[in-house]
Design a protein. Structure first.
Length: 153
């Protein structure tokens, strides 16, 4: 059964805090800028009710600092990761990378010739009654040539 659009939105909402940290890792930002970047990159709206309590919590934990700075015609509160915050985000990214890699690993095909991993578009050929995956038809050809060479030796 496929997830509904509403279910997918819920998952994205759950990742909003992670995304806020990613935006802050790019550099200092004010709240409206964070919400704008979120909307541009995800197509979804990040509410002030999600953003501001979260950055306040991060500030209390020493992960973020904030200060009022002039931006345009009026001052805005600028949020910035602390050294501790950058370390925490880097750890979080490593954990997320491991989770993502594990999720994709089961969908990868390994080229029987060169050993590279292919997520989509693998080339398949049946050789000696086995269906083998290749990254391209060139590798499939090279594999068959190597088999023939081994037989001829």
């Amino acid at each position: 059964m496929m997830m509904s659009e509403k279910s997918l939105d819920t998952v994205l909402d759950d990742l909003s805090k992670f995304y806020i940290l990613l935006v802050l890792q790019e550099g200092p930002n004010h709240g409206y800028s964070i919400m704008s970047k979120y909307r541009q990159r995800t197509g979804k709206t990040l509410s002030a009710g999600t953003l501001y309590p979260f950055v306040q919590q991060l500030e209390e934990q020493g992960i973020v600092t904030s200060e009022d700075k002039p931006v345009g015609k009026r001052p805005r509160r600028i949020y910035c990761l602390t050294r501790q915050g950058r370390k925490a985000v880097n750890q979080l990214l490593k954990r997320f990378a491991s989770i993502t890699a594990a999720a994709f690993e089961s969908n990868l095909q390994v080229c029987a010739s060169c050993g590279c991993k292919v997520y989509e578009g693998a080339h398949f050929e049946e050789i000696n009654d086995k269906k083998l995956a290749f990254c391209c038809h060139h590798c499939a050809h090279a594999y068959k040539m190597q088999l023939q060479e081994n037989i001829n030796q």
